[in-house]
Design a protein around this ligand. Structure first.
Ligand SMILES: NC(=O)C[C@H](N)C(=O)O
Length: 307
């Protein structure tokens, strides 16, 4: 099986000043993940590495650069899933950790559980020897400014939710195993303790070797109502292509609950799709040593050997 990776840097509207950083970030993440796949590494390792690279990049709403909750604090959600055995790990409302995706993987591999939240996740991180990152270090000037603007009584929170930037990755490795990973700071000025779609299996992501893998982004409450990631795989199980399944599910979310979002998908034959109902979504994919990136940035197909 030829390996494939697809990554996204969030659905929404990408402001001009963020375009370049967002482009560089998704390309770097896709190449890092693909590098692992090319060396015979697993889809699971590839999606973790890709997401981790975007968590470390302040251009995205995940890890460093996460948006802030109503109190001006970072609270992050993340999920990872292995399509081989349907194992999954997630964390929600975690604060002082640089890479929530790593913690999610540890939940999957080192506990009998699938989701740890807030204080329990923090204690688990300590037990696993993950160093604490002061919350301040995860906050960028941009996320603080956005938080301040949203505090104004006559502000328009919807407007400020547009420039989202959750990150995610899906991959298939040379053995035909699929995996997904998603990580986010959630929605700006959310209530303390709000858990979004990203931490919820079937909503923020799903991976099953029998069909494929998907990672989602967009309005979390809408995504949870339609269980978007699982819905896409269901459509694929009924015979739809990744693109058709993604469009059908996004359309359903829009018409049924008025929610917008974006998804990346890979099926178990290596066919992939990156689709969205928002204005834009940054994404990149590498297949056959060729990288392709979202059209809002360039309409060119980039072809080069990344290794
Ligand atoms: N930017 C996003 O994708 C937000 C995320 N889905 C959430 O609602 O938490």
């Amino acid at each position: 099986m030829k390996p494939v990776i697809v990554v996204h840097g969030g659905a929404g509207r990408i402001f001009k000043e963020r375009e370049e950083g967002s482009r560089t970030g998704v390309v770097r993440a896709a190449l890092r993940g693909y590098g692992i796949l090319k060396q015979g590494g697993s889809a699971l390792d590839a999606v973790e590495e890709a997401v981790r690279s975007m968590e470390d990049d302040p251009h995205f709403n995940a890890g460093c650069g996460s948006v802030l909750n109503e109190k001006g604090e970072v609270e992050m959600d993340a999920i990872i899933m292995d399509g081989k055995n349907l194992d999954s790990g997630a964390v929600s409302a975690v604060k002082c950790i640089a890479n929530p995706i790593k913690l999610a993987r540890l939940v999957m591999e080192k506990t009998k559980h699938m989701l740890l939240t807030d204080r329990g996740a923090h204690l688990f991180a300590q037990a696993m020897g993950i160093p604490e990152t002061p919350g301040e270090k995860l906050i960028t000037e941009r996320s603080r400014e956005r938080w301040r603007n949203n505090l104004e009584p006559d502000s328009n929170p919807q407007e400020f939710q547009k420039d989202l930037g959750t990150v995610g990755a899906v991959a298939i490795d040379s053995e035909g195993n699929v995996a997904c990973a998603t990580s986010t700071g959630g929605l700006s000025n959310k209530l303390t303790g709000r858990v979004g779609d990203t931490a919820c299996i079937g909503s923020g992501g799903y991976a099953d070797n029998h069909s494929g893998a998907t990672s989602t982004t967009g309005h979390g409450e809408s995504i949870m109502k339609v269980v978007l990631a699982r819905l896409i795989l269901y459509h694929m199980e009924q015979g739809m292509s990744p693109e058709m399944a993604a469009d059908t599910a996004l359309d359903y979310m829009k018409t049924r609950v008025g929610g917008l979002g974006g998804v990346i998908v890979v099926d178990n034959s290596g066919e992939w799709a990156a689709r969205f109902s928002t204005k834009q979504m940054s994404w990149a994919t590498v297949k056959d040593d060729q990288i392709e990136i979202c059209k809002y940035i360039t309409s060119k197909k980039f072809c080069f050997n990344p290794l």
